[in-house]
Design a protein around this ligand. Structure first.
Ligand SMILES: [Zn+2]
Length: 107
């Protein structure tokens, strides 16, 4: 199954520790079906001092979250939704919100 969420989409987390929180998609990993969402799924990473980083310490960074744990928020109706793929007369494809039937992608 193809991922229907793209970079810069806004998604809401539907399950887990961050349920109910929303954020912008920063990165999509199609191979593992995961996303990095802004301010969601922070993990602490311990870093050791190196030549680059003078001081070791704890770094907080977003970790990828499974696509199945989030839902897209439609940029037209503002609701969490699933999308269907519509065909355009020119042969292109566009994502369509199942709730309001508006095109999510700008042409
Ligand atoms: Zn909509």
């Amino acid at each position: 199954m193809k991922i229907k969420i793209k970079k810069d989409d806004v998604v809401t987390v539907i399950t887990g520790k961050y349920a109910g929180k929303s954020g912008k998609v920063l990165k999509v990993f199609p191979d593992t079906k995961k996303l990095i969402v802004e301010k969601i799924n922070f993990v602490k990473r311990h870093t050791k001092p190196s030549q680059k980083v003078q001081q070791g310490g704890i770094l907080e960074k977003e970790a990828p979250i499974a696509v199945s744990k989030v839902m897209l928020i439609c940029n037209k109706c503002g609701k969490t939704t699933r999308v269907k793929i519509g065909s355009l007369p020119d042969g292109g494809h566009v994502r369509i919100c199942k709730k309001c039937s508006e095109m999510i992608d700008e042409k």
